[in-house]
Write a new protein. Sequence first.
Length: 364
Amino acid sequence: MSNTATTRERKGIRWGIVGPTLALACLVVIYSVYWFMVAGEVKKAVEAFAARSGEEIVTSWSDFAVGGYPFRIEAQFSSPAAAAPATPEKWNWQGEGAYLALQPYNLRHAILTLEGEQRLTYRDPGTALQTTNEIRFKAGSARASYVQLADRPFGRLAMDIAELDGEHLVGATGEMEKVSAGRLQMHARPAENPDGSAEKGSYDIAFQAENVAVESGTAIPALGPAMDFFLAQTRLRGLPEARYVSAVELMRDWQAAGGTLAISDLVVKWGPLDLYASGEIGLDAKHRPEGELDARITDFEALLEALEKDGVVEEREARVALAGLVLVSQFQGKKSNEVRLPVVMREGKLYLGPLAIAELEPLY
């Protein structure tokens, strides 16, 4: 083989390596320029939002930086805070740390992570003195994901909190309630009709809780201190097409518009209570829950015994109710230890079948 042929072969080999390397380097440079441009725009947008805060929400932080190169754009906040002083609740939130992560190729999807202790104060507009309550909590992890949708005022939201440990100061009484939970999850998305079209003003909301414990003077002794499992799959209808920073104002407009909450699946396992239910509820003119659920309760006798022991129901009315409900359930072909009955919320009272077991307070 001649020297000329050998030289050409070596050049071909070098270009076979150098060419793809240069192309990759160019792509890295182009992506890096794009990343820093987008990161700069994100930083400007956050600073602009803070500058015009005060219209609805006032925001602040002690330090702010943008990082996450190359795979993410992360807005990192130290001592973040937000408040809505013009709302009925006058809520105020402060945290130790938070960061907001965005994918460079999809800025409509944001992931928020909270770090350290979180503190929330809010005024209770339902009390005569409108006292201020306070919630403090820490969690093993606390994340939220939000996807903005172009044709909806509110997109898809998911929240996931694990190993929560906190306390709730009730301003009206001065009582400190301790709260813990193994896991809390919530998912919300715009609802669709069977044909796939949007159902205006409606959202599908699912909530799940595991191993929730509350130490409080207002707890329900008959059920015990800890709820093992809670699941609710619902459709919220009649939601106003507007943005809200106040839960009270949202519920007020929702109730005025005749909004309802359709519950397709409700599962509660709490001490002697083992319940599955479905139905529809709303709010009455005094802002109390009203509606009816069709429920199935396993081992209803154990639940009645706990309610009777706690003084919620009288022994005689409990026995009469049990005998009648068991007879009806057996006639309907239900399991011998399962009772089907209505759970009714009406005129400020909660009824379990024919038994009034609790008073219902206004939500706001």
